[in-house]
Ligand binder design. Structure first.
Ligand code: SDX
Length: 436
């Protein structure tokens, strides 16, 4: 663990007793200082209570930094806006994994490392015949990615740095291949082998869209749009799925199992499943004139209806990724020659209304990364059921980088949150004859 700079202390005093604890106040490079509570139970005999860990730092990390109030997102210190503009996904993978931008030789070596793991074992193809054709592709991703561990018994000794790196290459390289297989299986089309002469994004589109019956040339517009979507979704601090991966990794579980756990957590509509939910929400509303009625429903707490693609646990300002995604939306639709996309018109009208409505403004609910990504993916011809799968393909580098950082931290221990117990007090077993 990094020796964090102690900038002071936080004194906690227990009312009605003469006991108090001095907790070190620690500061990182950027962001909110933290009170180190590791001695709190020892000094005061109490735990802290923070359901959902919204105010709790679970680790120290060098990978990604978010300033939710300022709408800032940095990957290893580089602003997401600059990376989206000037970098590409494979270079961002190197940056997230190793901490610095590569020189030409390093990038070439890394690309080779990732590229030569794109194929999956031929027997993995047989897994698919066990799934229904209409299985949700995220269910297939959970199963098949977790099953990779059954093929790499030689690659699960996580104390070996080289094995960790190969596992990382395998996961980064095979996720698009497995994702495309899930898509082809749903279509009843043959699986398409990866092509190592194509870029990461182009190869992914090739495996998703090409068919043996005719040549398929990847559109540079779609290649650039896909690459940008992957960059924007690559990592995001200790979000729910990354925290899941870290917790699984803290037990020493193999990386394939850890990433499968992350995929499962990402699937939820409150998290990575939101992009699919945004498109469903827009389709259910139907036409812009119905938006006010929907907004009224969202404001009615009893409806439990959420404005999907809005709000964020951390961003209380615009999600910088949403801004970039919105710009890309217009570019992609224009370059694809899509003159008027009703869903985009709906989304922009909804954004306009929400950003002027005090209910959302007072709750600091702004569009997040998922609000526009679905519209781009739909314009690219990708079905909504695949949206979260694409999010998972992108986030794999974030999960893998965070997992590596955890495993390589000599001070890391198994994650084991505590609780406050509110159940029945101790009581004796009663035979069924005594139970009334
Ligand atoms: C991702 O953590 C990450 O970094 C995630 C992510 C990543 O890259 O990994 O950024 C990806 O998951 C983005 C979020 C995608 N999810 C959605 O778009 C689903 C819709 N959003 C909500 O479910 C919600 O905003 C959450 C889950 C994202 C955040 O939930 P919180 O932390 O409970 O939101 P909050 O504390 O800011 O809520 C404040 C108020 C509450 O109402 P009151 O109790 O004050 O009356 O705003 C309400 C909430 O009920 N609220 C919403 C809302 N989000 C919050 N009301 C309507 N619509 C919404 N979308």
């Amino acid at each position: 663990m990094t020796i964090l700079s102690k900038t002071g202390t936080v004194t906690v005093t227990l009312d009605g007793s003469n006991k108090s604890a001095s907790l070190p106040l620690l500061e990182g490079t950027l962001g909110t200082p933290v009170a180190d509570i590791r001695k709190l139970y020892n000094d005061l005999g109490i735990f802290t209570f923070d359901p959902g860990y919204g105010e709790t730092a679970s680790c120290d990390s060098k990978i990604t930094y978010i300033d939710g109030d300022a709408g800032v997102l940095l990957y290893r210190g580089y602003p997401i806006e600059q990376l989206a503009e000037h970098s590409d996904f494979v270079e961002v993978c190197y940056l997230l994994m190793y901490g610095n931008l590569p020189n030409a030789a390093e990038l070439a070596e890394f690309k080779k490392g990732v590229t030569y793991h794109t194929m999956v074992h031929e027997q993995i193809r047989q897994f698919f015949s066990g799934f229904r054709r209409d299985a949700h592709p995220m269910a297939i991703m959970c199963g098949v990615v977790g099953a990779l561990a059954a093929f790499y018994h030689d690659n699960i000794n996580m104390t070996d740095p080289r094995q960790r790196e190969i596992a990382a290459f395998r996961l980064i390289a095979k996720m698009p291949t497995i994702a495309a297989m899930a898509y082809k299986y749903a279509l009843g089309q043959p699986f398409v082998y990866p092509r190592n002469d194509l870029s990461y994004a182009a190869n992914f589109l090739h495996m998703l869209n090409s068919v043996p019956a005719e040549p398929y040339v990847v559109s540079p517009v779609l290649e650039k749009a896909m690459d940008r979507i992957l960059v924007l979704h690559a990592d995001h601090e200790q979000n729910a799925s990354t925290s899941t991966v870290r917790l699984a990794g803290s037990t020493g579980a193999n990386p394939f199992a850890c990433i499968a756990a992350g995929i499962a957590a990402l699937w939820g509509p409150a998290h990575g499943g939101a992009n699919e939910a945004v498109l469903k929400m827009l389709a259910d509303i139907g036409t812009p004139d119905k938006i006010p009625q929907f907004i009224a429903e969202v404001k009615d707490k009893n409806s439990h209806t959420k404005l999907m693609g809005f709000g964020h646990r951390v961003y209380k300002n615009f999600d910088p990724r949403a801004k970039i995604m919105k710009e890309s939306c217009h570019e992609v639709l224009a370059e694809l020659g899509v003159k008027n996309e009703p869903l985009l018109d709906m989304a922009m009208e909804m954004e306009r209304i929400a950003l002027t409505d005090d209910y959302f403004v007072s709750r600091k609910l702004y569009p997040n990364v998922d609000f526009y990504s679905g519209i781009i993916l739909k314009a690219m011809g990708i079905p909504t059921s695949m949206f979260t799968v694409i999010f998972a393909v992108a986030r794999t580098i974030g999960w893998v980088s965070q997992w590596k950082e955890l495993v390589e931290d000599p001070s890391q221990r198994i994650g084991r949150p505590r609780q406050i117990y509110t159940g029945a007090p101790a009581r004796d077993y009663q035979p069924i004859s005594n139970r009334g």
